[in-house]
Every structure is written in structure tokens, then in C-alpha cells.
Design a protein around this ligand. Structure first.
Ligand code: PNS
Length: 161
């Protein structure tokens, strides 16, 4: 059975993440969506909110599991006995950081492999940060996130939904 981890902050989940999750679900037997719960990294949504949104927008996909993790990704990967990490690549600008992370993770856990999935062109410009910024100014984010996420963002930024 081919089991992979798709880790991230998912603060919040966007159509960019959903693109990768759907494609993973078609290629791998099981995809563990691992949501980073890091007290030092300030997030807009707490980990429970992020997990709840992911569960809601992926409920039609049955071979995935959404969990949170704290600390090092490699430790978590060992704990769940999964040595394949999936990361989405949107543009060349992602590559430097992703390469660094992949190599550092390999040093800590030599059996681990990081596989990069190229983001689909219609979502390759998307990031949670840019969506949050647009939402914070009251901009329209319908094309970037599902309705539950749009409502949650508008709520956070004090707009009535
Ligand atoms: O969605 P993101 O913010 O790009 O995801 C980054 C994430 C969560 C995959 C990365 O920050 C991570 O793995 N953090 C856990 C701590 C860790 O293992 N750090 C060492 C690798 S740089």
C-alpha cells in the first residue's frame, strides 16, 4: 500500500491545496493530510478550525485522513510509519525553500523521499497568504477557496456572511 503525507499549514485550505489532495487521492492508496500545529508560527485559524475546514471540503474523498502534528515532520513521519512526503510546487520561486526542506528532512530521516507535484496551472498563483490578504481588505475570494472557507475568512475579518 502506497501511503503518503501531504503536510502544510493549511491556514486556510485553498483550491491550490485541494488540487494536490485530489490528485494524490487518485495516485496513492492513502493520503495523510498533516496540519502543522505550531505554537510559534502565528496562524489565523487554530488547528481545530483548519482541520474542520479541510474535512468539510474534502468529504467526498474517502482515501484521505486529516491529522495534526507538532514538532518535526520527520518525527511525525516515522511515528506513523510513512516515508513519502508530497509537496506542491507552484513556481520556480517555491523550489529553493522546498529543496532545502527536502534535503534537511532526508538528513534527519534517510529513508524519506519528498515528491513534488506540479500545481495545476489554473491554481498555480494561489497561496493562503494572498487569499488572507485579499479577504482582509474585503476583496472577493470566491474563485480561490470553497464557500465554507470564504465564510470563515469573512467572519474572521469581521464581515457579515
Ligand atoms: O504550508 P507550509 O507552511 O508551506 O508548510 C510547511 C511545513 C509545515 C511542511 C514545514 O514548515 C514543516 O514541516 N514544519 C514542521 C517542522 C519541521 O519539520 N521543520 C524542518 C523542515 S524545514
Amino acid at each position: 500500500m502506497m501511503k503518503v503525507i501531504y503536510p502544510g499549514s493549511f491556514d486556510p485550505i485553498t483550491y491550490g491545496h485541494i488540487d494536490i489532495i485530489k490528485r494524490c487521492s487518485l495516485k496513492f492508496d492513502k493520503t495523510i493530510i498533516a496540519v502543522l500545529n505550531n505554537q510559534n508560527k502565528k496562524s489565523l485559524f487554530n488547528v481545530e478550525e483548519r482541520i474542520e475546514m479541510i474535512n468539510q471540503v474534502t468529504k467526498e474523498i474517502d482515501n484521505i485522513e486529516v491529522v495534526s502534528f507538532t514538532g518535526l515532520l520527520t518525527e511525525f513521519a516515522r511515528k506513523i510509519d510513512c516515508s513519502t512526503i508530497i509537496r506542491g510546487l507552484r513556481a520556480v520561486s517555491d523550489y529553493e525553500y522546498e529543496l532545502q526542506m527536502a534535503l534537511i528532512n532526508k538528513k534527519a530521516y534517510p529513508d524519506i523521499e519528498t515528491l513534488f507535484m506540479v500545481a495545476s496551472s489554473d491554481v498555480s498563483f494561489l497561496s493562503s497568504s494572498i487569499v488572507k490578504e485579499i479577504a482582509s481588505y474585503g476583496g472577493d475570494i470566491k474563485c480561490f477557496v470553497p464557500k465554507v472557507v470564504e465564510d470563515a475568512l469573512n467572519n474572521k475579518y469581521g464581515r457579515r456572511v
